[in-house]
Design a protein around this ligand. Sequence first.
Ligand SMILES: [Cu+2]
Length: 267
Amino acid sequence: MTDWLGLPVLASAHGGQIDSMIGWVHVFMLILFVGWGGFFTYALIRFRRSRHPVANYAGVKSHTSSYLEVGVAVVETILLFGFAIPLWAARVDQRPSDSEALLVQVTGEQFAWNIHYAGPDGVFGRTDITLLDLQSNPLGLDRADPAAKDDVTTVNQMYLPVNKPIIVRLRSKDVIHSFGVPEFRVKQDAVPGLTIPIWFVPNVTTAEMRTRTGNPEFQYEIACAQLCGLGHYRMRGFVTVQTAEEFQTWLENEIKEQGAAEADPFR
Ligand SMILES: [Cu+2]
C-alpha cells in the first residue's frame, strides 16, 4: 500500500505500522497542500490589484480566523496528548520480557558500534574502565568475572536470530550517536550516560533478503544517524539475520574462540 513512497524493503514485525503512518502523513500533507494552495490562489485573484487599487488599512474585523486558529491548536493538542503520546508509550512500555527476548548491548563510540552478548548465562560480564583498551578490549570487559566467561563482543558485526524479539540496550561512550537500521524501521539516539532500550522483531533473514532484492551482497547496515564527528561517514555496522539454529552455532563458535583467545593472548 505504501509502495509509492519508495521506502527501503521492510524486514521487521512492527515496520508495517510505521510505513502506514508515513503513508497517512503524506496523504494529510497532500490535503493541506491542496487546501492552502487553493486558498492562496483564491486570495491572489480575489484581492488582485485591479480590483483593489487602494490598500485597505483597517484589515479584517471579524474574529473568524482567530477562532479557526484556536480550533486548530485544540485539535492538534488532542491529537498529540490523546493519541500520539499514549500510542508511543504503549509501544515502548509493552516491550517483551527479558526472558522471551534476546538482549544485546550496543555501545556507540567514535566511530564504531560495539556489540555485546551476555551468552547462555544471560548475564553481562563486569566491565571496568581501567581495562578499557581501544584495540583489544573496547568495552573494558573483565574476563576474570565468571559472568563474562561466555560473553561475546564484536565490533560492527551484529548477529540476530530471525523472528525473535530483540531488545537493544543502547549506550554511548563519547558523543551522541544514533542507531538506525532502515529495513527494521528502527532509529534511536545513543546518549552518553543513558542506557536506552529499543525493541523490534527482525522477520527476514539476510539470505532471504538477498533473494528478495536480487542483490547477492545485500547487508543490513547500521547507519549512525547523528553527525558525530569527522569519522561519522565510516561509522557503519552490519546486521546478519539468521535462522535460530545458525545464530546458535555462530554464538557457540564465538564463545569458544573468544574464550580461547583470552586464555592465550599470543595464540
Ligand atoms: Cu556516530
